[in-house]
Write a protein that binds this ligand. Structure first.
Ligand SMILES: NC(=O)c1ccc[n+]([C@@H]2O[C@H](COP(=O)([O-])OP(=O)(O)OC[C@H]3O[C@@H](n4cnc5c(N)ncnc54)[C@H](OP(=O)(O)O)[C@@H]3O)[C@@H](O)[C@H]2O)c1
Length: 181
């Protein structure tokens, strides 16, 4: 089946990670061009080497920290300059932060929010002019299963009195410690 991705210009933030590389490989198999972004140069290079074994000329790397707005703008501009535009943005940067309200301090929350909320928003803001110029585009944001369906598994079942982020209907029971989540 032709997905209509041939020659599309794809930027994947977090493209050097596990899901990022798998996603990049799928785009390449469809004939798209792929730029992978991350902070660690060595990890980016290693990922790109694996992808280039599949499609040597269709892979770019770009180093950027999504928490830094100026780096996000530079990342988007660099990729768009090489390919004369952008068609697809896949936001994957960041990792799952697991824990309960009493495990996670404010710094952990900020790091996650700066990457996966503000960083994603900034990258979207930066790609929009290029997509408008191209007459359209696609944006995919990967946040986490809990974004769609909060689960009690994020907290420890052994200690049901610990506050976490269970489905709303269970929230009060968990806080009271009257039942296991
Ligand atoms: N694995 C799962 O089961 C699962 C389930 C649901 C959702 N997700 C979400 O899917 C995404 C990818 O998961 P994964 O398992 O592939 O994670 P991973 O292997 O740890 O990869 C994370 C990627 O994000 C990059 N990254 C992290 N912080 C960044 C920042 N501030 N700026 C730019 N790049 C950054 C990493 O590169 P550098 O460290 O070099 O920057 C790496 O490329 C994450 O957002 C995760 O929350 C994962």
């Amino acid at each position: 089946m032709d997905l209509g991705l041939r020659d599309k210009r794809v930027l994947i933030t977090g493209g050097s990670g596990a899901i990022g590389l798998a996603t990049a490989r799928l785009f390449l198999q469809e004939g798209a061009r792929v730029a992978i972004c991350g902070r660690d140069e060595g990890r980016l290079r290693a990922g790109a080497d694996r992808l280039r074994a599949l499609h040597a000329d269709a892979v770019l790397t770009v180093r950027a920290d999504l928490r830094e707005a100026n780096q996000v703008q530079r990342m988007v501009d660099e990729v768009a300059a090489v390919w004369d535009g952008l068609d697809v943005l896949v936001n994957l940067a960041g990792t799952n932060v697991r824990g309960t309200l009493d495990d996670l301090d404010v710094n952990a929350w900020w790091r996650a929010l700066e990457t996966k909320l503000l960083g994603y928003m900034e990258s979207i803001r930066c790609v929009l002019p290029y997509m408008r110029r191209a007459g359209g585009g696609r944006i995919v944001n990967v946040v986490g299963q809990a974004g769609k369906r909060p689960q009690a598994t994020a907290c420890r079942r052994r200690r049901p009195t610990r506050p976490c982020w269970p489905p709303a209907k269970r929230w009060r029971m968990v806080w009271r410690g009257s039942t296991s989540p």
